[in-house]
Design a protein around this ligand. Structure first.
Ligand code: ADP
Ligand code: MG
Ligand code: ZN
Length: 476
């Protein structure tokens, strides 16, 4: 039997506002416990919520960027349940009339673009945080009332890889529109994954399980792979899937049952009486739309057509907005975009990831990088030396010309000097020279390498190659 995998993702996103969604308390992460609270977010009787305009704006920005239809009227509902991290015993959320619905994300899956449907995007408030100790638990209400966006996909994702691609694109868009820190470790982006199987081609969806507790996109993918395989095994052996919530244990790479659907809540939703329904201010949505920059997918297509980058290079370039902006700054100054992309994806990215930095966080001016590329083109420095020069530029912020002089990195093109180095190499490497003369033409590469090493990488490699061939031929 072959099965189709069906996945739906629920993403919770903390919005980057200075204050909470229904009160003026700060949303800063990492403050001492319970120092960012007030009667509203602590649920004191008689306190009244006031909607944070910026939170609504950011929520609408996400909805527009995800191609959703925005509701005419904004309404809130109470979702009632008791839990110690929720002092009001209800969460202000949206149920029957979410902020927006019917969106999609153009996800690249197996080399083809697929529109994955988004069911709804709605605004709600985050809860506090519990810390479970040995014999008691502690609660921190600082997070309680932080604006939270719930982004729910349709069960429209066909594999764990596609779920990973969906999340990666989603995060990239959210970063482009600058609405959240999107930090899974700090919990500003969280994801629950729902998965079921159905027989190939079947209309009806199978029974799903919901997986929680993943703290990276790779974790989501691994948890879904585990859960898919577990469900296949159950079905193959004639057993049924039980609808339940399961927790992912990253260390052991397994999911385990947390609670079954029988214990599910009846939330007794009803319209929030302290927040009356209202219309968007006239012109606000148009204003928000104008604030949305070119998003990664269209930008990628433009990079392919405008700069002649490959699909792959373009995808890498646009995945981080700061990197894409930087690339375009360079492309305005230097004629060969492919070479810029190669350096950014190669040595620049390697340096950044080694030092755990971002392109926005380092002092490498676009004109310094392109200046270095021009020096390579002119033959003023070798490509090898450029690698050293790049590090120096990032670390000192100095421009390439000055650094080359200061560090003595100029390329040696003077034939006399190169000839001296070649002579030495020939006399020190009789065996390799012998191999070459016996017809092993590749041996010349080893000799070129030795000349380069002797000149500390500064000799012009083209010249070395040319002169070495000539000298070996004459040295019969
Ligand atoms: P629940 O009431 O259990 O939260 P919902 O219908 O609200 O379920 O859907 C929650 C998430 O689960 C959505 O992202 C949806 O796409 C996904 N989902 C729903 N049914 C299935 C299914 N049979 N298989 C996989 N995912 C599903
Ligand atoms: Mg759910
Ligand atoms: Zn408060």
């Amino acid at each position: 039997m072959t099965y189709e995998t069906v996945i739906g993702l629920e993403v919770h996103l903390q919005l980057k506002t200075r204050s909470k969604v229904f009160c003026g308390c700060s949303t800063n992460f990492g403050a001492a416990p319970n120092t960012q609270t007030c009667p509203v977010c602590l649920g004191f009787p008689g306190s009244l919520p006031v909607l944070n305009r910026e939170a609504l704006k950011l929520a609408a920005k996400v909805a527009i960027a995800l191609n959703c239809q925005i509701a005419k009227k904004i309404r809130f509902d109470r979702k009632n349940y008791f839990y110690p991290d929720l002092p009001k015993a209800y969460q202000i959320s949206q149920f029957g009339h979410p902020l927006s619905q019917h969106g999609h994300l153009p996800v690249l899956s197996n080399g083809k673009e697929r529109h994955i449907k988004i069911r709804r995007v709605h605004l709600e408030e985050d809860t506090g945080k519990l810390f479970h100790e040995k014999d008691h638990s502690l609660v921190d209400f600082n997070r309680c009332g932080t604006p939270l966006l719930e982004i729910v996909s349709e069960p429209d994702i066909g594999s764990p890889e596609e779920a990973y691609a969906y999340l990666t694109l989603l995060k990239s868009i959210l970063e482009y529109i600058d609405v959240s820190d999107c930090n899974m470790e700090e919990g500003s982006l969280r994801c629950d994954a729902n998965i079921s199987l159905k027989k190939q081609g079947a209309k009806e969806l199978g029974v799903k399980t919901e997986i929680k507790n993943m703290n990276s996109f790779k974790g989501v993918k691994a948890a879904l792979e585990y859960e898919r395989d577990r469900q296949v095994e159950l079905l193959e052996s004639g057993q049924r899937i039980v609808q339940e919530t399961r927790l992912y244990d990253a260390e052991r790479d397994v999911t385990e049952s947390m609670r079954s659907k029988e214990e599910a809540h009846d939330y007794r939703y009803f319209p929030e009486p302290d927040l009356v329904p209202f219309d968007f201010e006239k012109g606000l949505l148009t204003e928000i739309e104008k604030e949305i920059p070119e998003l990664p997918e269209p930008r990628k297509k433009r990079f392919v057509s405008e700069y002649r980058l490959s699909e792959y290079d373009a995808a890498v370039m646009v995945s981080d907005k700061a990197m894409a902006d930087y690339f375009e700054d360079c492309a305005r100054l230097y004629k060969n975009p492919k070479i810029i992309a190669n350096w950014l994806m190669g040595d620049v990215s390697a340096y950044l990831s080694e030092k755990n930095l971002t392109i926005a966080g380092v002092n490498l001016k676009a004109r310094h990088l392109t200046g270095m590329l021009e020096m390579i083109d002119r033959g003023a420095i070798s490509g090898k030396i450029a690698k050293t020069l790049l590090k120096e530029m990032i670390e000192t912020g100095k421009e390439p010309g000055a650094l080359v002089k200061e560090k003595g990195l100029e390329q040696i093109s003077d034939e006399g000097e190169i000839e001296k180095a070649i002579d030495q190499v020939i006399s020190e490497n009789e065996k390799i020279v012998g191999d070459f003369k016996d017809g092993k033409k590749n041996a010349i590469m080893a000799l070129v390498g030795k000349v380069m090493a002797k000149t500390k990488g500064k000799a012009n490699p083209g010249k070395v190659n040319q002169m070495l061939s000539k000298m070996l031929r004459e040295d019969k």
